[in-house]
Design a protein around this ligand. Sequence first.
Ligand code: ARG
Length: 459
Amino acid sequence: MEKMWSGRFIGSASSLLDQFNASIMFDRKLYREDIEGSLAHAAMLTKQGILTTEEFRQITEGLNQVMSEIESGVFEWKISDEDLHMAIEKRLTAIIGDAGKKLHTARSRNDQVAVDFRRYVLRKNLEIVDALKLLMHEVLVVASKHTETILPGMTHLQHAQPINFAFHLGAYLAMFKRDIERFESSHKRNNISPLGCAALAGTPHNIDRNMTAELLGFDGVSTNCLDTVSDRDFALEILFNISTMMMHISRLSEELVMWSSYEFGFVELSDEYSTGSSIMPQKKNPDVPELLRGKTGRVYGSLMGLLTVMKGLPLAYNKDTQEDKEGVFDAVETAELSLEILKEAIKTMQVKPHNMEKASKIGHLSATDLADYLVQKCNIPFREAHFITGKAVAKSEELKIDLSDIELQYLQEIDSRIDEDVLKFLSITNSMNARTSAGGTATLRTKEQLEYFKSFLGV
Ligand code: ARG
């Protein structure tokens, strides 16, 4: 089988080399980007007088035929063709003859693959943004119903202060908003065309890079060709951005796993998104959030993999770079599937406010409020107030009750400066609603936060 680059070779390539060297098994995913890139390149070559109008017509027709052969599944992907660029060009030439051989004028596979892969990544940035927005929307729907549903806010996984469930979900809305902004800024930064950089140094042909950039939807052309053909920052950025997003998804998943346990009982995942055990008939397992947590690891692996591929490469293109694609494809597919299934799991889960409120009555969640009361109403220095509150907590423990239920007389025995108005400070609901500082959990503030995220989504 003759290679496109076989001119200077006498012996033919071993089939072991074909297997090792080829990327066609995975880069064929980029066929649309590749054909669109070729169409734009051919249009530019024609405008510049490098191709005739007749050659352009043949190339366009031929490429459209190749596209439909690929989409209908009749295109033959052969490992001996090495990569999709050569497979498509070879098929084009088989269909239209000599005009096909002119398409690669003023172009190299180095700028060609940079265009194809970059455009794939740019498109995926925007698709992931759309999926993140749909997820945020579902989280907002649940949050809107629970601005008064109290649960224990935690630090060190210990009950700390009462918050409401919408406020808790609002933390994830803030994370997902940052994720969206990261994908968008990466898209903006990387939306420049590599086409026309050729192998590494540009080309002596009279090309118009701005024209192909515009035809392919880029904002402009890259500045330095040597950098452009070996730059994979756009791929690293999407891997980092997906990794960070998956880290957020994984943290929420961890909470869903805990919350759906008997010990918490804060939510119940729907049957549709839960699984059973093969041996224990009573079980309902949260496989979805567990897998989301687990898949985060492999996305990190792809990020570390590509960072490592890139770190030792001299300028410009090196074949190592071919290893850039599979990790990105896998991470993108993982991200898309994860966003979709998390959205459905959240949409269909049942929230259990009663259990959340019950848990809020454990652990003396309004202890800080008693200390704040002593400071504000009795003019006691905070350290002393902290100590007095400690005594009140100890008394509640002794009485086997929560601090929010302690009777006034016990508090007054501890410190006579305490007055009847303390009781409303001890109520769990009042404690939550007292936190009215900007970004705080008070229902009033939480509602403002939800409005902020709604307007971010434009709903
Ligand atoms: N299949 C190659 C890749 O994915 C295309 C570029 C090949 N360029 C070269 N000079 N061998 O990176």
